[in-house]
Structures are given as structure tokens and as C-alpha cells.
Write a protein of this length. Structure first.
Length: 332
């Protein structure tokens, strides 16, 4: 099986090669992302292996089908970047890595909370310049604060447990209740009630047509003044323009994001010598109470190992015609 791996970074290559025992699969690595302009790179391959910012829209998938691609192997859980209908029409199977390390992403959400709150990033820079002043570094105790978790699947569950460890009251909203969380005292609330009562809101639901811009002008208006909003899920859960307005009016007191709606043009690239044309992210970066990381929630040794292992299993199972629950099917 010949697989074209897109958006390759050194750690992807290392972990895939480590788990490709005896070179059973033939991986060719491309640094380019996969989109309608780069499909020709997949000529002569049977499968493509892609990540969060590869854009497999209808046009791209039709071109891949013409090139003879039979399998799209995602190295991630979310599949909002794949036109599943076109894939099904063209008899292309889509597989993903549904769970590799929920704790890795949950811990990234906690890192954003801790840094925004206790301003360790600012203290680090100050002290390197010989500035030992504590002015403007005041944080707040997490103990006894209400944390609202939207989406209580694998990552939301891991995150809720960590926040309970801080002594927070954890409340949740999901289409389905997680029994494990109810058992340990997490209260499910209606969506409006959750956003009204939470001091910190963390997003862990997938990006779907229903959740697109779930956080917008209207929802911000119902939140507590000074709320902390954390997004490690998918960028388009938040309307960035509305978030900027809410930051300007101090409605949002802190914003921590590991994902951004226009991230495919920016994240995973060194643009330090380029002119950035995305005015929304530049405005977000300019706020002292906004912390952005470039979609690195998955970036732990343990998560990378699991991603590589499961991706290789997924491809091998496809080769052997074994169906597994890692196959992404269109909801009927
Ligand atoms: P999961 O499928 O285990 O859980 C998702 C939960 O969201 C489910 O309980 C589901 O019922 C709920 N949900 C679905 N639609 C909803 C809605 N409209 N309102 C409220 N809840 C809703 O997924 P997971 O493994 O916990 O991952 C969650 C998300 O995290 C993924 O979709 C992905 O976008 C993101 N993610 C980010 C990174 C990163 O590196 N930052 C890594 C992995 C996953």
C-alpha cells in the first residue's frame, strides 16, 4: 500500500516510521498540505494520510478519486475538514483516530487557563529583563469557581476531572449526559444556564453545522462579565469578530485558544518574516488577556505514539478489508 502523507512535520515522520514495523507500509512524506491545488502530489498512491488543516472539499476529493485514491486516513479525531458525502459517492473510505490521548488536549486547556490566570508567560519575560515587579500580575483562585464544560465526551470528561481536582464546581452541557461525570458530581445544565453561571467556559464539542459560531454576540451577552473562554476544540466554534467586540467591552475577561477559524493559512508555519494578512488574528494577538497556541493540544509524546499506532492499524485493516469503528460514516 502506497500512502502519501501530507502536512508532514518531523515528529509525524519519526512516529510513523517507528511503528511501521518491517516497513510493511510505504509512506512518502510531503510537507505541503493537501488541498485542491496539491492533489497531483497524490498521483500513483493508494491512500492519503492527512491532518487537521488539510482541506478535502468536494473538488479535492473528486481529483483524488481520479488519481486512484481509495483511502483517506486522518491522523486526528475531528473530520470537519472532509466532505464525507463526496468521499462516499467516490467510494473512498475515510478512517480517523477517534481517541489517542484525551488527557493531552484536556491538559492543554488547563495550561491555557493557568497561564492566562497566573500570567506566568509575562512573569517569565519580565524576569529575563531584570524586572521583578508584581504589578498587574494578579490572578484569581480556581478553588470554588464554576467551570462550564460544553461537550463531555473523552476530552471534556478528562478536563472536568482535572478541574474538580482544583476544587472547582464543574457544570456541563452536552446532547447526551456522561454517566461517569454525573457519578462524580458534575451537574448538567441547559446551555443558557451554563453560560450564565460559569466563571470559566471550556469548549470540547465537535465542529458541526449546529455548533458553528456557537459562541457569538448573542451568547457572549448572556455570560458573566469577565468570563474566561477556552477553546481547544475547533476554531469556528467561536465567531472571532464577535469575540473581539466582547473583549473590547470587557465582557470576555480572558480568551485562551488553541484553535482559530482561519488557522489553516497560519498554523504550523513560520511566518515570522512575512506580512500576515489576517486582521482578526492580529487584533486577537494584540490583547493582553488573549493567549493563542497554534493547535498543539495533541502534541505530547504519548499522543503522537498513539496517533501513529492507530493510523497504521487503520491502514492495515483497510488493506485486509477489516471494518472497524474508526471508519467515519455519513450520519443517516
Ligand atoms: P468525543 O466525540 O469523545 O466528544 C464530543 C462530545 O461533544 C460528545 O459527548 C458529543 O455528544 C458532544 N456534542 C456533539 N454535538 C454537541 C453539541 N451541539 N452541543 C454540545 N455537545 C455536543 O470527542 P473528543 O475526543 O472529546 O474531542 C472533542 C473535540 O476536540 C474534537 O471534535 C476535536 O475537534 C477537538 N480536538 C482538538 C485537539 C487539539 O489538538 N486541540 C485534538 C483532538 C481533538
Amino acid at each position: 500500500m502506497k500512502i502519501a502523507v501530507f502536512s508532514t512535520k518531523s515528529y509525524d515522520k519519526e512516529s510513523l516510521e517507528k511503528h511501521n514495523i518491517k516497513g510493511a507500509l510505504s509512506f512518502t512524506y510531503f510537507e505541503e498540505s493537501l488541498n485542491k491545488k496539491t492533489t497531483n502530489l497524490a498521483l500513483g498512491f493508494n491512500a492519503v494520510c492527512v491532518f487537521v488543516n488539510d482541506k478535502l472539499d468536494s473538488e479535492t476529493i473528486k481529483k483524488l478519486a481520479k488519481n486512484g485514491i481509495k483511502l483517506i486516513a486522518l491522523r486526528c479525531a475531528g473530520f470537519n475538514n472532509i466532505d464525507l458525502e463526496t468521499a462516499a459517492e467516490n467510494k473512498i473510505t475515510v478512517v480517523r483516530v477517534p481517541a489517542y490521548s484525551p488527557e493531552a488536549v484536556a491538559e492543554q486547556a488547563v495550561a491555557l487557563i493557568m497561564t492566562l490566570n497566573r500570567k506566568t508567560h509575562k512573569a517569565y519575560n519580565r524576569i529575563r529583563e531584570g524586572n521583578f515587579s508584581l504589578e498587574k500580575l494578579i490572578g484569581f483562585n480556581l478553588h470554588n469557581k464554576t467551570v462550564g464544560v460544553i461537550g463531555t465526551g473523552r476530552i471534556g470528561e478528562a478536563f472536568s476531572k482535572i478541574m474538580q481536582g482544583f476544587g472547582c464546581k464543574v457544570v456541563a452541557y452536552d446532547l447526551y449526559e456522561n454517566k461517569e461525570l454525573i457519578k462524580i458530581g458534575v451537574d448538567y445544565l441547559p446551555f443558557d444556564e451554563l453560560i450564565k453561571t460559569s466563571d470559566i467556559i471550556s469548549l470540547h464539542c465537535p465542529l458541526t453545522p449546529e455548533t458553528h459560531h456557537l459562541m457569538n454576540k448573542k451568547t457572549f451577552s448572556k455570560m458573566k462579565k469577565g468570563v474566561m473562554l477556552i477553546n481547544t476544540s475547533r476554531g469556528a466554534l467561536i465567531d472571532s469578530a464577535d469575540a473581539i467586540t466582547a473583549l473590547k467591552s470587557h465582557k470576555i475577561g480572558y480568551l485562551g485558544i488553541d484553535v482559530y477559524e482561519q488557522e489553516e493559512k497560519l498554523f504550523y508555519k513560520d511566518l515570522s518574516e512575512d506580512i500576515i494578512h489576517d486582521d482578526l488574528i492580529l487584533r486577537l494577538i494584540s490583547f493582553p488577556n488573549v493567549l493563542i497556541t497554534a493547535h498543539q493540544g495533541f502534541l505530547t509524546k504519548e499522543a503522537l505514539e498513539q496517533i501513529a499506532k492507530i493510523t497504521i492499524e487503520n491502514i492495515s485493516n483497510f488493506e485486509k478489508n477489516i471494518k472497524t469503528e474508526n471508519e467515519v460514516l455519513i450520519a443517516q
